[in-house]
Design a protein around this ligand. Sequence first.
Ligand SMILES: Cc1ncc(COP(=O)(O)O)c(C=O)c1O
Length: 384
Amino acid sequence: MGEKTLKFNSKTIHGGQQPDKAYGAVMPPIYQTSTYAQTTPGGHKGYEYSRSANPTRTALENSLASIENGTYGLAFASGLAAIDAVIKLLGPGDEVVSTNDLYGGSYRLFKQIFEKYGIKFNFVGMQDTDTIEAAITGNTKLIWVETPTNPMMNIIDIKAVAAVAKKHNVLLAVDNTFATPYLQTPLDLGADVVMHSATKYLGGHSDVVAGALVVKNKELADQLYFIQNASGAVCGPMDSFLILRGIKTLHVRMQRHCENGEAIARYLENHPKIEKVYWPGFESHPNHEVAKSQMNGYGGMISFVSKGSSYKEAIKIVERLKLFTLAESLGGVESLAGHPASMTHASIPKDEREKSGVVDALIRLSVGIEDKDDLIADLEQAIG
Ligand SMILES: Cc1ncc(COP(=O)(O)O)c(C=O)c1O
């Protein structure tokens, strides 16, 4: 059966994979080597130095390309290293239009690293394509989208933004960390680059930090491979193995994340002490129709604010949680709770983050795959 005809739930397991050439190992060995013997200068079997390429990383990169319906995958040392490689496609004077509601570390990389090198970032709300078009200038080279956004769960219409990008001849990159290809495949909707913090759902077990890019276009892939090798923030063989193993169960984990996410979103929505719940599956969510059309489900990420919007109350709730662990990160099998204003989004100035809704009282949940009744009981005792 041709690789391209496989359905998603088979691609996670078989996409881009072959038994290892040496002994037929079904899982690729962890090729823990920096270099490879050559019979004569240049006489090697496709690998010469592990920054440039490593067979375990190749197996992961092929899997990434397959699950995102792309052609070329690249695995990095972290999600931020993957974003760093994309921005290095640009030069001084170039501009980026980015969503204003995005992961704090991406914002920090843009503002505090790349602005120093003469790249300009325009942060705008992306619910309306007119706002995006108004921010595009003759120097704009890239549109940066995160959807669902972290932590406000806004949904951006990828197809509509892709049309704007094509019209102005700029690249469109989508951070697909929250949705994963189980829920949406941005390349199919017209994006040029898909990016992941593979640390999250792709790895899925909170045991590895890694990043990924997937593209379809050969020229773009070559430029990114050049940057990956020249800058060197590659995914190591052990980490590549762990992400690859995680991807094999992505579909079953995501199914459960979605089921538990829905149960918890609806529980919180009906709770008398909860003021507001952000989850794209609600019909009342302002971008619900877009979510419904571009996603296959609504995921396990939820943010909420308790009545009275008190910072103190939010801190008390996250401290009281027992089954939900108070921790950075998301997307693992275990449920996590976070306080974006003081954790993931602390690097965004208060007035900037409050403009997009990241108030001091906001709590973010990464709903895991435990029994949903236990998770609800934990929230019940913590909210009181
Ligand atoms: C949406 C999103 N993008 C990018 C990143 C950065 O990835 P990493 O922590 O793997 O560098 C994160 C990390 O939390 C994230 O949530």
